[in-house]
Write a protein that binds this ligand. Structure first.
Ligand code: ADP
Ligand code: MG
Length: 393
C-alpha cells in the first residue's frame, strides 16, 4: 500500500482549510538558544508548499523528554522566530497544543498563515497514543500531514492515533523523501554493501539480523566489532564488549553464512589504553592485554574501502571508531571517503554517523543523509513504521 502524497492532498485543494502538520522540530537547545537548526530547515519545504497553496497551518512537534509535565525549558517558543526566519513569513506561537485556546489560535489564521503549537509531550496522552488526546489534536484541523520521519517508528497520538479522527491525510515531503531513499536499501541494486558500527551490538541486533542475510557484504566496525570477535574466541583486551550478546553475534554470523553472504570483521586495530586525545596508540593484529580497540586498523579500512568501491548500493550506520577523537577517526574517514567516491547510491543514517560525515565535509557527496536514526534502522530492516502505516490509504 502506498502512502498518500502531499501532491494528492494539494490536488484536492487546501485553500482556507486548516492543516495540522506533525513536524520534527526536536532541535538541541541550550538556555533557549538553538544549537543546530537542521531539523527546522528540513521541515520548511512542506510548510512552504502548504502556505503557498493557501492552507491555514498548525504545526505540532515534540521537544526533548518533558515526561508529561510542562517544563518551561522544553517549550517550543524559541523555535517560532527561527522558523519564521527560514520560512520568510510570520509564525505565531500558542502555548497550548489542544483545547479551546489552541483551537482559537488556529481559527484565527487567514489562508497562508501559520501557528506553532506547544510541545506535544507536555501531555501524557501523546506518547501513550491516547485516543482522547488524538481526537483533541484532530479537532484542530481538516487535514493532517506527517513530516516527522524521526518519530515515525513510534505510535504516538500525533504520529498515528490522530489519523483515526482525520481522514484527509498525507506524507510530508521530508518523510516521503526518506521513504523513497530508504526503500532503495530494502530493494537494492546489487551488490549491496552495508557498514554497521557504533557503540553497541544490543542497539542494533535486529538490524544486524535483518541485514546479514540481505547484504552481499556486511562490514562490521566500531565497538560492536569486539563483541563479534569475542564471540569467535579472539582476545580483545579491554575493548568495549557486551558479554551477554555473544550469542546474538554468533546468530548474526550464522545467518550470513546460511544465506551465502559475507560478514567481514576487522583484522587489524588501532588500540589505546584510554579513550582520550593524546593517549599512546598502536596498530596491531591481535589486541594485547590492557589495550582496547578504538578504531579499525589501516588494513581493515583498505579492505572495507575496496568492498564499498564495488557496491552499487551502500548503507552505513555507526562510526568505525571513536571518531570524536581525531587520532581514532581514520577508519571512519576511510569509509566515508570510499562512499563519497563509490558511484553507488549511498544512504547514511544515525546521528553520530551523520556528524562524522558532515565533519569531513562529505555530506553533500552522499545520495541521502537520513534524519531519523531509529526510524531509518527500523525501515531498512523491513519493519512497518506506525507513523507510515497510519498514512496508507
Ligand atoms: P549512530 O549515532 O550513528 O547510530 P552510535 O550511537 O551507535 O552511532 O555509535 C556512535 C558512538 O560509538 C560514538 O560515540 C563512538 O565514539 C562510539 N564508538 C565507536 N567505536 C568505538 C570503540 N571502538 N570503542 C568505544 N566506542 C566506540
Ligand atoms: Mg548515536
Amino acid at each position: 500500500m502506498a502512502v498518500a502524497s502531499l501532491e494528492s492532498l494539494l490536488a484536492r485543494g487546501v485553500r482556507g482549510r486548516r492543516v495540522l502538520v506533525r513536524s520534527d522540530l526536536n532541535v538541541p537547545l541550550k538556555d533557549g538558544v538553538i544549537r543546530d537548526d537542521s531539523r527546522i530547515r528540513a521541515s520548511v519545504p512542506t510548510l512552504r508548499r502548504l502556505l503557498d497553496a493557501g492552507a491555514r497551518v498548525a504545526v505540532v512537534s515534540h521537544l526533548g523528554r518533558p515526561k508529561s509535565t510542562r517544563r518551561p525549558e522544553l517549550s517550543l517558543r524559541p523555535i517560532a522566530p527561527r522558523l519564521a526566519e527560514l520560512l520568510g513569513t510570520g509564525v505565531s506561537f500558542c502555548e497550548e497544543c489542544v483545547g479551546p485556546v489552541a483551537r482559537a489560535a488556529v481559527e484565527a489564521l487567514a489562508p497562508g498563515q501559520i501557528v506553532l503549537l506547544e510541545n506535544l509531550r507536555f501531555h501524557a496522552g501523546e506518547e501513550r497514543n491516547d485516543p482522547d488526546f488524538a481526537k483533541a489534536l484532530a479537532e484542530l484541523a481538516d487535514a493532517y500531514v506527517n513530516d516527522a520521519f524521526g518519530t515515525a517508528h513510534r505510535a504516538h497520538a500525533s504520529t498515528a492515533g490522530v489519523t483515526a479522527f482525520l481522514q484527509d491525510v498525507a506524507a510530508g515531503l521530508l518523510l516521503q523523501s526518506e521513504l523513497d531513499h530508504l526503500r532503495v536499501v530494502r530493494d537494492p541494486k546489487r551488490p549491496l554493501v552495508v557498514a554497521l558500527g557504533g557503540a553497541k551490538v544490543s542497539d542494533k541486533v535486529s538490524v544486524l539480523e535483518a541485514l546479514a542475510p540481505h547484504a552481499d557484504a556486511l562490514l562490521i566496525g566500531g565497538a560492536m566489532a569486539y563483541t563479534f570477535l569475542a564471540a569467535r574466541g579472539e582476545e580483545i583486551g579491554t575493548s568495549r564488549v557486551e558479554r551477554d550478546h555473544l550469542d546474538d553475534a554468533r546468530r548474526v554470523e550464522a545467518a550470513a553464512q546460511k544465506h551465502g553472504r559475507r560478514l567481514l570483521l576487522p583484522t587489524d586495530h588501532v588500540v589505546s589504553q584510554r579513550i582520550e586525545a593524546g593517549a599512546p596508540r598502536r596498530v596491531v593484529r591481535s589486541i594485547p592485554e590492557g589495550w582496547m580497540g578504538v578504531d579499525i586498523g589501516p588494513e581493515t579500512a583498505a579492505r572495507y574501502a575496496e568492498e564499498i568501491a564495488k557496491a552499487r548500493t551502500f548503507f552505513w550506520n555507526g562510526p568505525m571508531g571513536v571518531f570524536e577523537i581525531p587520532e581514532f577517526a581514520s577508519g571512519t574517514e576511510s569509509v566515508a571517503r570510499a562512499a563519497a567516491e563509490s558511484g553507488a547510491v549511498t544512504v547514511i543514517g544515525g546521528g553520530d554517523s551523520l556528524a562524522a560525515v558532515n565533519q569531513l565535509g562529505l555530506g553533500g557527496r552522499m545520495t541521502h543523509l537520513s534524519t531519523g536514526g531509529g526510524a531509518s534502522l527500523e525501515y531498512v530492516q523491513g519493519l512497518e513504521l506506525p507513523g507510515v502505516a497510519a498514512l496508507e490509504r
